[in-house]
Design a protein around this ligand. Structure first.
Ligand code: AMP
Length: 141
């Protein structure tokens, strides 16, 4: 199963922020869309990612004033991404090695989508259910 198959089952919109977006706005956007991370774009270029964990860490160190600061101060600048042809197993490998739960899909510099650990887990469970059904049918025939 590939990243493209996961993307096909999702609304293609990726929720983004800019380096200048205030953290209070990030918190509101994450809550409104019920998501855990925003891809940060400077114009058309992906320049970072900010997740709920970054936000929590920043508030823990700077207090509530952190919310008035800009994304640039607490985003991760080196973004690990994947491509549509990548397998789910390779995505899982990247997430587990990097210890993060979000992977933007970027090709030729263009942001095409984002895969979360929730998307991957859902597909893995569906696959396991299909395999169990196949096995049941096979052993009954
Ligand atoms: P997460 O588990 O996705 O909430 O993220 C945990 C940490 O990894 C945060 O510091 C994020 O900014 C960072 N992070 C999340 N996704 C990525 C990614 N695809 N590439 C690089 N860093 C990431």
């Amino acid at each position: 199963m590939s990243v493209a198959e996961i993307l096909n089952g999702k609304n293609g919109d990726v929720v983004t922020a800019t380096p200048e977006t205030l953290l209070v706005e990030v918190a509101n956007t994450l809550a409104k869309h019920r998501i855990g991370a925003l891809v940060v774009k400077d114009g058309a270029v992906v320049c970072g990612i900010i997740s709920e964990r970054d936000l929590v860490r920043h508030i823990a160190s700077d207090g509530a004033d952190a919310l008035d600061q800009q994304v640039l101060k607490c985003m991760t600048k080196t973004v690990v991404s994947c491509q549509r042809t990548d397998t789910i197993d390779s995505v899982m490998e990247k997430m587990s090695t990097g210890r993060f739960r979000h992977l933007p899909v970027i090709e030729d510099g263009e942001l095409l989508g984002i895969i979360s650990i929730g998307d991957v887990g859902k597909r893995k469970i569906e696959q396991a259910e299909r395999d169990a059904e196949d096995l049941k049918r096979y052993s009954a025939s």
